[in-house]
Ligand binder design. Structure first.
Ligand SMILES: Nc1nc2c(ncn2[C@@H]2O[C@H](COP(=O)(O)OP(=O)(O)OP(=O)(O)O)[C@@H](O)[C@H]2O)c(=O)[nH]1
Ligand SMILES: [Mg+2]
Length: 443
């Protein structure tokens, strides 16, 4: 099967890139250009034609990648045309007419690259992350994973475990061989070491996942203190309705922001108070959930709404930033109990001190999540498999008796399988290979 797709994204643009991958790529390119076939990997200016009528469609650059030296590992072609809807549609129409040629599914080029062993699963995922990256931090993280730093670590653990399994399997298969009597202890301590390293990686405050998805910041507080005004100010648009009526916001209003390179999902919520109004009460419940779920809470008050009883008292924690808005109205009436908590005093109306609040958000996120540079896990999928791997290693370590070799080997096999799942490598042959390598069987 040969696939094609517009790789440069929809919409009018200076240049559009259509990629074709598969066995027919060469024939297709031959049919849609005039003149000599281009050299491999050389950008060449060509006229595009309709192969049926010979009609000129556009003029642009073509590049021919002969497999396996291409992104997908198959024969590939790139057609760089002018980025008009009409040109792109016409070329799609022509490509569709070739036998065994169809439009690619989402991510299919990268899937092919993975299936043809051009990239591992982590790299495939991080290419997706890089394309989706909205902020510097996300770009850097995606690029780091793409360049293979975490794959290396996962593969290193996996290789070590495969080696240990090799030794254990040899012991099971050839019990008469002269293996050292303390083999069990030696293997136990090697596994213990890996287990502890994995433990450290798992204990990472989920930084990688949070960076990928965005830090969650919730604005909470009593009604009418200016929560929606703050959201609108930070997002530079009228994302939420602002009014002098208390109880305006009911639903959670969410906006994605880039604050100094940090990906932030900020939520405006319903003002929290005792309410008999059913809909408002539902909004308040949502607000409380959002506050619990957030990485940072901005607790917004104004000089008239500084009642800390109930909810706010309970919810002040390391993740809260206490802010008094409407400082333009004077700060009279703020009790010492609140001043003692050193709130940031802002005025959205007069655009005062909001930079201080932003600095505090950044500082909080950095302290909480960006302490560790060595992030390995960026998806729930990685965490799931690494935790499972860890669980099986713990179970291996509990098996001290020599009679438990069979079961211990199974624990190792499962842990290897889980770690292999992260990078996309699950291969029994490799384990067999390791036995041959280490014990010279057959000599
Ligand atoms: N004086 C003054 N008024 C402000 C300031 N910020 C917001 N307001 C006003 O306060 C009122 C309430 O603002 P909102 O942003 O709707 O408040 P809220 O907290 O979202 O209110 P609810 O959604 O009802 O909980 C509006 O009339 C705003 O114009 C400020 O810094 N100073
Ligand atoms: Mg509001």
């Amino acid at each position: 099967m040969t696939i094609y797709a517009l790789s440069s994204g929809p919409g009018i643009s200076g240049i559009a890139v259509i990629r074709v991958s598969g066995i027919k790529a060469k024939i297709i390119l031959k049919s849609v250009i005039k003149g000599k076939y281009p050299e491999e990997r050389v950008a060449t200016l060509k006229k595009f034609i309709d192969p049926e009528t010979g009609e000129l469609i556009d003029e642009g650059i073509v590049i021919w990648f002969k497999g396996p030296n291409s992104y997908t590992g198959e024969d590939m072609v790139e057609l760089h045309t002018h980025g008009s809807k009409a040109v792109v549609n016409k070329l799609h129409y022509i490509l569709e007419k070739f036998d065994d040629c169809r439009i690619a599914e989402p991510g299919e080029f990268t899937k092919l690259a993975f299936q043809n062993n051009k990239i591992n699963l982590l790299k495939a995922e991080s290419i997706g992350d890089l394309i989706a990256a909205e902020t510097e931090l996300q770009r850097k993280q995606a690029l780091k994973i793409m360049s293979g730093s975490s794959s290396q670590q996962f593969n290193l653990w996996r290789d070590k475990l495969i080696k240990i399994l090799g030794e254990i399997e040899a012991k099971i298969d050839f019990p008469d061989e002269d293996l050292p009597s303390d083999i069990s202890k030696k293997l136990q301590s090697s596994v213990l070491e890996i287990k502890e390293e994995i433990e450290k990686s798992l204990d990472d405050d989920k930084t990688g996942e949070i960076i990928r998805e965005g830090f969650k910041v919730a604005i909470i507080g009593p009604p009418n203190v200016g929560k929606s005004s703050l959201l609108n100010y930070l997002s530079k648009r009228e994302a939420a309705i602002v009014s002098e009526q208390a109880g305006t916001t009911r639903d959670v209003v969410e906006v994605h922001l880039d604050i100094a390179g940090l990906p932030i999902i900020i939520s405006d919520t319903a003002g929290i108070r005792d309410s008999n109004d059913e809909i408002e009460a539902r909004g308040i419940k949502l607000a409380i959930h959002r506050a619990e779920d957030a990485d940072v809470n901005i607790i917004l008050l104004d000089p008239k709404n500084v009642d800390f009883k109930g909810f706010f008292d309970d919810h002040i924690s390391d993740k809260s930033i206490i802010v008094i808005n409407k400082s333009d109205l004077g700060l009279k009436g703020i009790p010492n109990s609140i001043l003692g908590k050193e709130p940031i005093k802002i005025s959205i109306k007069e655009k005062k001190n909001i930079d201080k609040l932003i600095d505090e958000i950044k500082a909080k996120l950095k302290n909480q999540f960006l302490k560790n540079d060595n992030v390995l896990i960026t998806r729930t999928r990685h965490r799931y498999h690494l935790s499972k791997c860890h669980k099986h290693l713990c179970s291996f370590i509990e098996k001290k008796d020599k009679d438990d070799y069979d079961k211990a080997a199974e624990d190792l096999r499962l842990s290897i399988r889980h770690i292999g799942n992260i990078v996309g490598r699950v291969d029994v042959e490799e384990i067999l290979g390791s036995i041959f390598e280490n014990f010279c069987i057959g000599k």
